[in-house]
Design a protein. Sequence first.
Length: 339
Amino acid sequence: MKRFLAAMVLLLGITGCTAQPEGYTADFFAMDTFMSVTAYGADEQASEEIAVQCERRVNELEPALSRTREDSDIYRLNHADGAVCTVSADTYAAIEAAVQYAELTGGAFDPSLAPLTDLWGINTDDAHVPRQAEIDQVLTRVGYQNIQLLGDNQVRLLGGAQLDLGGIGKGFATDAVAALLDGSAGVLARLGGNIGAYGENPGRESGGWVIGIADPDDNADFLATVEVRGLSVVTSGDYERYFEQDGRRYHHIFDPATGYPADSGLRSVTVIDQSSTRADALTTALFVMGLDEGMAFCEENAIAAVFITADKQVYTTPQVENVCSFAFLGEEKGYAYAQ
Ligand code: AMP
Ligand code: MG
């Protein structure tokens, strides 16, 4: 694990500021992805303490949310054959949130689709397009209604359902990091595609944090930026995890209705929200819904979201201008801001 004192290169690049005070960055790998937490505390030691504390909390949550680690609660639950399991308070809270967003999105977000992700082998050496009969068979086991929350940290999975919290786990961890902070330090947490920007950014006069929204074809570059404070910015995109077969791309966000990667005409969805857990669940769900249904959902629920479509349009929901300042940068890349 590598830790170093640094001013964030990316942050400097997109804020265009000069003398950034030194913070402390903890770089680490967790939940299958690269993460970093940069803290700007009262002094160097305080910065280091905060960043390391955040890293420790994420590492502590990893076994609470993982389904692949055989010592994890989710693994035990997924292999309990319908028996009641007692899980940790963190695991219970994450499952409870996942079910809440499954209900809110009418199942576009569905945390019970582990049998489907396993069948497709996404993220393994065995990633492949399954036969339709196999997809039909596993879909009979997918359905968040099969998750029973019984109180007192007790959970039961019915009908062969198995949990996959991959669509919400990093958001849950980002909120856990935010809960450690009291606002006195500036903290930028990057947990994969989940970003939390808290307290004041000392490198910018406004105190805000400028976060880039990636170009789906070149995620080192941005199509837009949002300037936020005390918020999380979460993106789900088809370019994050995928495999190719017979010239077609199959990505990791599944439509629980078809059992196939969502083919909704979107390349990415970004949600800006106080709750990173909500933003994480909703980016996945909105990607499945597609532009029209997703925009309507966001208007109804006052969600700030940015949609990037396969036909190179960028859309923002009305709530965006209420929570952040948005800048469109995609013109040179052939994108249009459709507002
Ligand atoms: P995200 O990057 O947050 O969109 O999460 C994608 C991950 O969530 C995938 O790798 C799967 O583990 C899981 N997932 C895929 N499709 C869905 C879905 N429709 N609902 C809930 N989780 C999903
Ligand atoms: Mg998500």
